[in-house]
Design a binder for this molecule. Structure first.
Ligand SMILES: Nc1ncnc2c1ncn2[C@@H]1O[C@H](COP(=O)(O)OP(=O)(O)OP(=O)(O)O)[C@@H](O)[C@H]1O
Ligand SMILES: [Mg+2]
Length: 303
């Protein structure tokens, strides 16, 4: 089931299209990595999805209903950029205040559950102004979790975090996805930050969707070549050409064969071993993800 669908979603500010005919699809259970450089239109898209901004053209559906539908909207938790926190209140007090203002049932229970989920100590009195950036962002996700949403929209929650903070945020998102079944759309301008968790990617540039692809497709596209080292390289190469119709290959020094393009690694292994050729080494050489992203963006700009 599609949790988010947009059709030609567009938003114009004065004479500039911040979002331009965007078709985006997020399925239930996805962790959707929404990747784009500064000014690409990520935040505007998220604002359109949560009803903070109105589309100039096109439409967005959440759970199959228009964004303005209150029932669907209640199933969505949002964190756009920095969470709005009261610096002198503790994490617990911030959450409780928000829970009360939102009219949630049994706020204390919900707040304790959320604190535990995001890895903050429920009884801690420390004011938020003394929190690390990572703790603040996790508390921000906590705010988005109040009310028990099915979908989380997170705008750059990893931005500005140190490696430890990034790791904690990644683990939190994976846990929410796997254990609580949340569908998550998370934006970033750094593909590598999401590469360990995203199941789907959408790449946005100048308001337009450049490419939507699954994690497997991305991995495949980032594959430069497969290298195979065997005890009989010439025979192996001939066999791969004949049996698997692999034509883009080259023989390297010391009998290493490199096969370019998308290759079925398992099939290569099978064909060789069945012919009695012993495979000494085999592996995929990958282009790094950031390189792929930059290439898709035109290659010149920095992310
Ligand atoms: N309220 C606004 N009024 C005018 N222009 C806007 C407004 N909001 C966004 N824009 C413009 O729309 C474009 C997309 O901005 P947006 O904030 O959605 O990008 P982004 O991908 O979130 O970028 P960043 O990585 O910097 O957060 C930018 O050119 C921005 O200047
Ligand atoms: Mg933004």
């Amino acid at each position: 089931m599609a949790v988010i669908q947009t059709f030609g979603l567009s938003k114009r500010y004065k004479d500039k299209w911040a979002v331009d005919h965007l078709d985006l699809q997020v399925e239930q259970g996805d962790i959707y990595g929404f990747i784009g450089q500064n000014g690409a239109g990520k935040s505007t898209t998220l604002k359109l999805l949560c009803g903070l901004a109105r589309p100039t053209r096109g439409e967005a559906l959440l759970f199959g209903k228009p964004v303005r539908d209150l029932v669907s909207r209640r199933r969505v938790g949002v964190l756009i950029e920095q969470p709005g926190l009261y610096p002198d209140l503790s994490g617990r007090e911030n959450l409780k205040l928000y829970a009360i203002l939102s009219g949630l049932d049994s706020p204390d229970k919900q707040v304790d559950e959320v604190l535990e989920t995001v890895g903050l100590v429920p009884g801690e009195k420390k004011p938020v102004k003394h929190y690390s950036m990572g703790m603040r962002q996790r508390l921000g996700v906590g705010l988005a979790l109040l009310g028990g949403p099915d979908l989380l929209l997170l705008d750059e929650p990893i931005n500005g975090l140190d490696p430890e903070g990034i790791r904690e945020m990644r683990e939190l998102l994976l846990r929410l996805n796997r254990e609580q079944g949340l569908t998550i759309l998370v934006s970033s301008h750094i593909l590598g930050e999401l590469s360990k968790i995203a199941t789907q990617y959408g790449i946005i540039q100048a308001g337009r969707m450049v490419e939507q692809l699954s994690a497997e497709e991305l991995a495949q596209k980032c594959t430069d070549y497969l290298h195979v080292r065997t005890d009989q390289p010439r025979k192996a190469a001939a066999l791969l050409e004949r049996e698997l119709h692999l034509t883009r290959w080259e023989m390297r020094p010391e009998g290493e064969i490199r096969v370019y393009g998308a290759v079925d690694t398992k099939a290569v292994g099978q064909v060789l071993t069945q012919a009695g050729i012993s495979v000494e080494e085999m592996g995929l050489h990958r282009q790094d993800l950031e390189g792929y992203f930059l290439a898709r963006m035109g290659g010149e700009n920095h992310v």
